[in-house]
Design a protein around this ligand. Structure first.
Ligand code: OSB
Ligand code: MG
Length: 388
């Protein structure tokens, strides 16, 4: 045991490197089954770029989860595709075409940010290495469960509270174990009080503001104070990512735990945010922190000081979802994540779908991600080379 009482965490086993023959980006557009509205905008479909790493032993896949505009963080899809083509892939291959997933971090250490782009590349290389080794990502990362508890993130509906309550009732009926509602100034205390009344006190309910509140605006703070009476599991990212001290100042007054998402871009930021009282739960998205390996180090930093974590999502297709579900299977991920079934997002997923079984999603057991895009889902994909 470490000083913090958490178990000492073993380093990941080494895997043989792969020889990269080509790196491509395949982009498909998938309509969402329900529009997804957050404080930063409304999305009705996703442009999904997949990084494909070709090796003599087969392909590896990774999903680029960037939104179309730089509204969640600085990253956005056209920018990420450009940085992959002009900086990340050339920077990686300049030191040779025999690579490991760790090389993405090591060889590109002088490049700032662009973590979602790095994550797509690192995941694709790790997938190729694991497929060659016949090992699943979940096993490699040290999974401790065969299925993960599933929550669902519900956008701000066009039809207001009646539509929200109807959607939530359907998800609870499906078996989801907790509900996360998006909020923004003007859609917070009152709608959430009505939702709480509709679902009852026993439903695990949490909210996500996506940084839309101003910590110095009394009306904004009054609205967040009102939420504190609703018995929420947590309040996710009320203020802008850099405002750690403001999160800490208000978190100290609330009984509802504050959980940071956008603010936590690496394990050092996790450590600092926890130490200053800005967050007492952490949403870990492997794409936001630069890939599965960085996600494990964020998890380690949280577990070392007894802070619970859960796995967030970015409306992934089956490719990105497979990596998220493997991460959510690790020790410490005890709260239900935003790891919902494929049919919550897509009429037809790019891969074999993820399904909900008694509120849980099964962790893939096949080699690598355990999911591969169906070739017929990629027939209309726009394909470009990243390694010229
Ligand atoms: O803040 O967690 C977020 C989706 C896109 C961008 C940011 C967020 C989200 C979600 C959806 O909440 C989670 C999911 O994939 O179901
Ligand atoms: Mg969030």
């Amino acid at each position: 045991m470490t000083a913090g009482g958490a178990p000492a965490l073993a380093p990941l086993p080494a895997l043989p490197a792969v020889e990269i023959a080509a790196v491509d980006l395949l982009t498909v557009e998938l309509p969402l089954v329900v529009p997804f509205t957050t404080s930063f905008g409304r999305q009705t479909s996703r442009e999904i770029p997949l990084v494909r790493v070709r090796t003599p032993d087969g392909d590896g896949w990774g999903e680029l989860v960037t939104p179309p505009a730089p509204v969640y963080s600085e990253e956005f899809t056209t920018g990420a595709a450009l940085v992959l083509r002009d900086h990340l892939v050339p920077g990686l291959l300049a030191a040779g075409r025999t690579v490991t997933a760790e090389d993405v971090g090591h060889r590109l250490r002088s490049i700032y940010g662009h973590r979602m782009a790095c994550a797509a590349l690192e995941t694709a290389i790790l997938d190729a290495q694991l497929r060659a080794a016949g090992r699943s990502l979940a096993d490699h990362l040290g999974a401790v469960r065969a299925s993960v508890p599933a929550g669902v993130s519900v956008g701000i509906p066009d039809g207001g509270v009646p539509e929200l309550a109807e959607q939530v009732a359907r998800y609870l009926d499906d078996g989801y174990l907790r509900i996360k509602a998006k909020i923004e100034p003007g859609f917070d205390t009152e709608p959430l009080r009505r939702l709480r009344d509709a679902v009852g006190d026993d439903v695990a309910l949490q909210v996500d503001a996506n940084a839309a509140y101003d910590p110095d605006d009394p009306a904004h703070i009054a609205a967040l104070d009102g939420l504190d009476e609703l018995g929420l599991v947590l309040l996710e990212q009320p203020f802008a990512p850099d405002r750690l001290r403001d999160h800490a100042r208000h978190a100290a007054r609330w009984t509802t735990p504050v959980c940071l998402d956008e603010s936590i871009h690496d394990h050092l930021r996790a450590r600092d945010a926890i130490a200053c009282g800005a967050t007492s739960v952490v949403n870990i998205k492997l794409a936001r922190v630069g890939g599965p390996l960085a996600a494990v180090s964020v998890r380690d930093a949280c577990l070392a000081v007894g802070v619970p974590v859960w796995c967030g999502g970015m409306l992934e297709s089956g490719v990105g979802r497979a990596a998220n579900v493997a991460l959510a299977a690790l020790e410490g991920f005890d709260l239900p994540g935003d790891v919902s079934a494929s049919d919550r997002y897509w009429r037809e997923d790019l891969t074999e779908p993820f399904v909900l079984d008694d509120g849980h999603v099964a962790v893939p057991t096949g080699p690598g991600l355990g999911r591969t895009p169906h070739p017929e889902m990629l027939t209309d994909a726009a394909v470009s080379r990243l390694d010229h």
